[in-house]
Design a protein around this ligand. Structure first.
Ligand SMILES: Nc1ncnc2c1ncn2[C@@H]1O[C@H](COP(=O)(O)OP(=O)(O)OP(=O)(O)O)[C@@H](O)[C@H]1O
Ligand SMILES: O=C(O)[C@H](O)CO
Length: 510
């Protein structure tokens, strides 16, 4: 199901869509570069490249097909060959007609964002093509999130299955993307700058769309175009942190331990031939979403572009904020104390200044206007899996929000009832005045066909009335099944969007 036709759902849909539209990969490529046809010169990020039928194109990631189409039309006639690795199903959704006469081959793989044999074939072909580049060539690498799964070339002695099990096991234990990608870099023949090394002596130009908080280029898609040394000591530390030294495949642990012993002698690889350019990120999307919300008369607060932490705790946090706002409690509270209490009990990783600013901005709106309030943020929470259900971080976050807003409002109702009994009156917000969604910009939330979910203040009680046990779905990490079954709450199914800049959260309060 997509967004429903209720006015608030339509508003949410417009805000989310504006965010995604702002990070359409083809437009980002066109904005980043200019080609002077007369002099056959490519201008980008203050540098110039001479074009003379000397371009090789490689690409890997969820947003790469759109980037490829734009690059192909901009550099027409100068591209000798190209290979791009994109998620299975991409070419069904996006026409590749524009590439019919192109020298770029598109390979699909990595179903459900997991490395598989087709992705490995693509990755090996890419590595070979880049290895064939000679002095005077320009290798353009199109990079976006999802690239790690689409570019697997395991280190010597490690199988694709070993690598996949390693990443799945650490991911299920709650490892963050930076941690996963440090390990991927050590287990790969192409990640962590090894693709850039292969291009030498040709020039390499990386165009990167970020799907990691704070845009660390070395970790996006595991940084194949960023010259760097693998940090095996750190990789082993991460494995110990998640208590996986005993359970990961032996070839993986052996490989890391051997590299760990050898790493002291390695020299930092050369970066003189490499130029990486960041062409888009989550803050571009959230800024556009903010503009859209404002154009519909909302008071808008953009909380953060860096929301990280356990998805269910973040859902809880949004519920607390919503409750503070609806009950007009913000006015009377000591914001610093409130933030301390909340962050001490929750596993959140958002700068304190961001939370403080959020409360202060909401407070100023409450003084000045009675418009609908819209809080927008972006980021990428994680899920520590405890159950065997089907779901994703966005659906779990939304379900957790539904649970906590229900309980918090229930508690408020009890307090108000007692106060009314004592003759005191209090202004209260209704549960139906709040709508929340958490949606991946790539259109795929975890190993499911949903992009995320929308809930309101009554989603939890509706499920209870339906005879469901929503808590069991949450405990079992079974959010997808919950949203497939419950009435009045829904997951959002959009199909692959063709871009990828993490997730967008939108909280609307009347
Ligand atoms: N049943 C589940 N419930 C909640 N989350 C889950 C479940 N199963 C897997 N996940 C989470 O889904 C995430 C993987 O989802 P996905 O493949 O969409 O990752 P991604 O980070 O968006 O991909 P990329 O960054 O490579 O584009 C992991 O964090 C994993 O913990
Ligand atoms: O591909 C990956 O590694 C993730 O999407 C982060 O960029």
């Amino acid at each position: 199901m997509a967004f429903s036709s209720s006015p608030l759902h339509i508003l949410l849909s417009k805000i989310y869509t504006a965010g995604v539209e702002a990070v359409r990969p083809a437009s980002l490529v066109r904005q980043a570069m200019k080609v002077d046809a007369l002099s056959s010169t490519l201008h980008i990020d203050g540098k110039q490249y001479q074009l003379q039928q000397n371009v090789l194109v490689v690409g890997f990631g969820k947003a790469v097909l759109g980037m490829t189409v734009a690059l192909d039309s901009l550099l027409k006639g100068h591209i000798k060959r190209g290979i791009v690795s994109v998620p299975l199903g991409t070419t069904l959704q996006y026409s590749t007609e524009a590439l019919v006469d192109s020298n770029i081959k598109v390979i699909e793989g990595a179903a459900y964002n997991l490395p598989d044999p087709p992705a490995e074939t693509a990755a090996r072909e890419i590595l070979q093509l880049v290895g064939e580049a000679s002095d005077g060539d320009l290798v353009v690498a199109l990079v976006s999130g999802g690239g790690s799964a689409l570019l697997p070339v395991p280190g010597i002695g490690i199988s694709l299955e070993d690598k996949r099990k390693t990443i799945e096991s650490l991911s299920a234990a709650g490892a963050a993307i930076n941690e996963l990608n440090i390990i991927r870099q050590c287990l790969s023949q192409v990640k962590g700058g090894k693709l850039a090394a292969k291009a030498c002596p040709a020039q390499m130009l990386g165009l990167i769309l970020s799907d990691i908080v704070n845009d660390p280029l070395e970790y996006i898609a595991s940084g194949p175009t960023i010259p760097q040394l693998p940090d095996n000591t750190l990789a082993l530390k991460i494995i110990k942190k998640y208590d996986k030294m005993e359970s990961l495949p032996k070839p993986v642990l052996n490989h890391l331990s051997q590299l760990h012993l050898n790493s002291a002698v390695s020299a930092t690889p050369s970066s003189a031939h490499v130029h990486n350019v960041l062409i888009g990120n989550n803050s571009m999307a959230t800024r556009a979403a903010e503009k859209e919300a404002r154009s519909h008369g909302c008071d808008v607060v953009t909380w953060s572009h860096a929301v990280q932490g356990e998805a269910r705790d973040i859902g809880y946090f949004y519920a607390e904020i919503a409750c503070d706002i609806m009950n007009k409690k913000i006015k009377g509270i000591d914001i610093t104390e409130r933030i301390k209490t909340l962050t001490n009990s929750l596993s959140l990783s958002v700068p304190h200044e961001d939370i403080e600013r959020l409360y202060n901005e909401v407070l100023s709106f409450q003084h000045e206007s009675s418009n609908r309030l819209c809080i927008i943020s972006g980021g990428e929470p994680t899920v520590t899996l405890h159950g065997n259900g089907k779901g994703g971080r966005n659906q779990e976050l939304a379900l957790s929000f539904a649970k906590h807003i229900h309980h918090l409002m229930q508690r408020e109702l009890e307090i108000t009832t007692k106060q009314q009994e004592k003759g005191k009156q209090e202004v209260k917000g209704g549960k139906s005045n709040v709508l929340f969604c958490s949606i991946g910009t790539d259109g795929q939330d975890g190993p499911t066909d949903a992009a995320g979910a929308i809930v309101n203040g009554e989603s939890w009680s509706n499920a209870l009335r339906q005879g469901l046990d929503p808590d069991r779905f949450l405990k079992e990490n079974d959010s997808y099944s919950f949203f497939s079954t419950a009435q009045g709450a829904s997951h959002v199914k959009l199909g692959l969007t063709g871009t990828n800049v993490m997730d967008i959260h939108i909280l609307l309060i009347e």
